[in-house]
Design a protein around this ligand. Structure first.
Ligand SMILES: *Cc1c(COP(=O)(O)O)cnc(C)c1O
Length: 367
């Protein structure tokens, strides 16, 4: 049996008419950049999240960069983020001229170790970027408490946590602002690059919008120099066409994780993901842990199952961050786990039989 890591085609087939109509309409109206489809999506997404502003941008990396630039972050500043994430979370810090300050991960929930944040706060700390990795929300009460104590803005990286919740609040609504990616494989995915910022802060929202549109809110009135970071009409229309289904797809992901839990819980050498109490983990990724990860990955591949690693090298251990002078021992959990974590296939359409096949294959493993 073949089990792909993700199957974007199944989702397309299930809403083909909606998507095809949306695309045809944009082309018919030639509203390729800006225009009504982009505005519609921004309004719909903001209203789903119950926030005042959604500013669409070209991708999730830009949304982080733009937010930090508009908070005035630059050379001489420091921004705190987590040792295990996609490099966007930290490279955008460096792009502003600031220095990334990494924190180890929590051994159970894989998110930023909240208790270690206060130790690295300095007068140069200008923001904290918690990443709700895998769809699991960080311990936001503790993070907001320390951020508020030192008056440091929090930017939530929600690229992997669309519609995740913490104590009844959606990920992305607890910090000053949040960054979303709609990369095709994300829980809400466009058919190309796409992203957005959400915030309730009027002045930050205006700055973000201005910077992303060449520094001009009105044509030819450039108040600052900005960048070109736009969501295009086609992607906006595709995203809007998907929105009516997104909550249902999110619940299906959660049910796929429950099915994994059922099938895998009696395999003693595998550590299954744990959900933080009082939160909704939306399982962008289903990450297990085991000692002989590479052999397990090969066995699965030989049995038709595609898996992946998120991520094989913790950020501070990468060549790109050698200049920061960290030692692997500085991040013992992230460094240990980078050789043990394995992401199993997960997507809303993943069938129980496919999960059963994965479990049967894993049960055969003789280490
Ligand atoms: C995908 C991702 C991003 C970046 O999003 P792009 O749209 O690919 O630029 C940022 N942070 C995390 C944690 C991600 O997974």
């Amino acid at each position: 049996m073949y089990v792909p890591f993700v199957d974007l085609k199944k989702q397309y087939q299930s809403i083909r008419k909606d998507i095809d109509n949306a695309i045809a309409q944009v082309i018919e109206e030639t509203s390729f950049i800006g225009g009504k489809h982009v505005e519609n999506f921004e309004q719909q997404f903001a209203s789903l999240y119950g926030v005042k502003h959604c500013i669409s941008v070209a991708n999730g990396t830009d949304s982080l960069y733009i937010l930090m630039k508009m908070l005035g972050i630059g050379a001489g500043d420091e921004v705190i983020t987590v040792a295990n994430s996609w490099i966007s979370s930290s490279e955008t810090i460096s792009q502003t001229g600031a220095r990334p300050v990494f924190i180890d991960i929590d051994p159970v929930f894989y998110s930023i170790s909240e208790k270690d944040i206060e130790k690295v706060i300095s007068p140069r700390t200008k923001a904290i970027i918690p990443v709700h990795l895998h769809g699991q929300v960080c311990e936001m009460d503790a993070i907001m408490q320390v951020a508020n104590k030192y008056n440091i803005p929090v930017i939530e990286d929600c690229a992997q946590s669309h519609f995740s919740e913490y104590k009844g609040k959606r990920a992305g609504t607890m910090g000053l602002a949040a960054s979303f990616s709609f990369y095709p494989g994300k829980n809400l995915g466009a058919y190309g690059d796409a992203g957005c910022v959400i915030t309730n802060d009027d002045s930050l929202a205006e700055k973000v919008k201005m910077f992303a549109r060449h520094g001009a809110l009105k044509k030819h009135q450039h108040q600052i120099e900005g960048i070109n970071s736009r969501l295009d009409g086609l992607q906006a229309a595709i995203l809007s066409a998907k929105l009516p289904y997104i909550l249902e797809w999110t619940e299906k992901r959660i049910s796929r994780a429950a099915s994994y839990q059922q099938h895998l819980s009696n395999i003693p050498w595998i550590t299954l993901p744990e959900v933080r109490p009082n939160s909704k983990h939306t399982f962008h990724l289903y990450v297990i842990r085991c000692k002989q990860r590479d052999e397990v990955m090969k066995l699965l591949r030989d049995n038709g199952v595609e898996t992946a690693i998120h991520y094989p090298t913790a950020l501070p251990n990468m060549k790109a961050y050698q200049y920061l002078g960290y030692q692997p021992g500085d991040f013992p959990i992230a460094t240990k786990y980078q050789d043990q974590i394995l992401s199993l296939p997960i997507f809303p359409e993943l069938a129980d039989e496919q999960i059963a096949h994965i479990a049967d294959t894993l049960r055969k493993f003789q280490g």
